[in-house]
Design a protein around this ligand. Structure first.
Ligand SMILES: Cc1cc2nc3c(=O)[nH]c(=O)nc-3n(C[C@H](O)[C@H](O)[C@H](O)COP(=O)(O)OP(=O)(O)OC[C@H]3O[C@@H](n4cnc5c(N)ncnc54)[C@H](O)[C@@H]3O)c2cc1C
Length: 401
């Protein structure tokens, strides 16, 4: 492939590297692999691509629309300290001793990711928003971004979920006179001082935020509502349990159904802090309300409750809108995967989706996907629209993790 790298591409399309004005509709730059997203999954993929002998910026490009390193971690609320996060695994190939448990996870993880990108010269193109990926010519895909268009033979999509907060609809929602927000917009408990906050949702975020809101200086009162009674697990989340959880999520994804939330499979962790909060009555759950009134929430049967704030801790969905033109979804609403490979289009892998939506899963997904992509690029695999083979750099053994 000629050296139509990122800088030249930007120059041709009037981007930051351009000296003159934009050039009229240049042909898209040809690359082998487009990696969308530079979170745990995208960086892991970038690492294994470089280990396979592909060069960042020429053979593959990592696109990310966020301002800095860290994936979604850079946006997590400041009170989610590193000590409060579940285990965050190191990226492949670079040890990580962790960080100060009292610092925000956004800072600790962001700094580690920044060092990682530098160490492996991953040259993430940011901010670069991938707007759409559609069928191109010659079995390639057109990757359309706000920084220009690329033409790729394979796509490793690692866009996570943070960009698609999920908000269910309840009657009366638009008429609520208080504040409504999703956890994605939460910053600190101090914002809610003196207020009554209704927290909606049965996941880990809801539990963590309820505990925080009930600390001194936080909300005057909280009410916790969930659709189903929460299940707290006091058993160790050991490896065997982890494997069975992953297998259950994997079964759904293989069947083309949308992935389940992890907590619906694992239950909630009954940590010491959680048990203490339960003992203080902070985690007393009520059934989901049926409607929202201008001043609060209401249940069928006549009960009403005044509230100042409704905090929707209702999770996220996979951010896949930019892939819509490829028509990857099945009738069941999900994207059917075999491992990370999209069954309908083997040029496309979804990393960090379904069973690989954890920091350890994302690492493994990157490794497995790159192994398959190398076969595809070498002409040994493919199917739907895959371009005829071009030899890739001689196989470089991949590391063990
Ligand atoms: C509150 C919270 C706490 C969590 N805590 C833990 C934990 O402690 N341990 C754990 O293992 N997991 C945790 N998880 C799950 C965790 O998010 C994942 O395990 C992992 O970090 C996700 O990595 P990722 O690379 O898939 O996605 P992300 O980190 O979300 O990265 C996706 C990247 O894609 C970019 N992007 C998205 N769309 C586009 C586009 N169209 N164009 C260009 N770029 C795009 C985004 O800017 C982002 O940088 C947590 C999740 C949440 C919501």
């Amino acid at each position: 492939m000629d050296d139509l790298g990122t800088e030249r591409r930007l120059a041709e399309q009037g981007g930051p590297a351009a000296e003159g004005g934009p050039v009229a509709t240049p042909a898209p730059a040809e690359i082998d692999v487009a990696v969308v997203g530079a979170g745990q999954a995208g960086l892991s993929a970038g690492y294994f691509l470089t280990r396979a002998g592909l060069r960042s910026g020429t053979d593959f490009v990592v696109f990310d629309h966020s301002p800095g390193p860290g994936g979604a971690w850079q946006f997590r609320w400041p009170s989610l300290t590193y000590g409060k996060a579940h285990r965050v695994h190191a990226l492949p190939g670079m040890e990580w001793a962790g960080g100060d448990p009292d610092l925000p996870s956004s800072q600790v993880v962001g700094e580690y990711f920044r060092r990682y990108e530098e160490a492996f010269d991953l040259r993430v193109l940011r901010p670069a928003d991938v707007i759409a990926v559609r069928e191109g010519t010659g079995g390639r895909m057109r990757v359309e971004t706000d920084r220009g268009t690329w033409s790729a033979r394979a796509l490793l999509n690692a866009t996570g979920t943070w960009d698609r907060p999920f908000l269910p609809y309840y009657p009366g929602q638009e008429g609520f006179l208080g504040r409504q927000l999703h956890t994605a917009g939460y910053r600190s408990a101090a914002e809610f001082a003196g207020l009554h906050v209704v927290v909606v949702g049965g996941g880990t975020s809801a539990v963590q935020l309820l505990m925080e809101l009930n600390e001194p200086g936080g909300a005057a009162r909280t009410t916790w509502v969930t659709r189903r009674p929460p299940v707290f697990r006091d058993m160790a989340f050991d490896e065997e349990w982890g494997r069975s959880v992953v297998a259950r999520v994997d079964d759904r994804v293989r069947a083309g159904l949308p992935p389940q939330s992890v907590v619906s499979v694992t239950g909630l962790a009954a940590t010491e802090a959680v048990l203490a909060a339960q003992a203080r009555g902070v985690l007393r759950r009520e059934p989901m309300f049926d409607r929202i009134t201008p001043h609060g929430v209401a249940w069928d049967g006549g009960r009403t409750l005044d509230a100042d704030v409704i905090l929707w801790a209702t999770g996220f969905r996979a951010a896949l809108d930019h892939l819509a033109p490829l028509r990857l979804r099945e009738a069941g609403g999900g994207v059917r995967l075999d491992g990370t490979r999209v069954v309908k289009d083997p040029r496309v892998h979804l990393l960090g989706y379904g069973p690989s939506a954890s920091t350890i899963g994302a690492n493994r997904a990157g490794r497995g996907a790159v192994r398959e992509i190398r076969t595809l690029l070498a002409g040994g695999g493919g199917g739907t629209g895959a371009a005829p083979g071009r030899s890739v750099p001689a196989a470089v053994p991949l590391p063990a993790r």
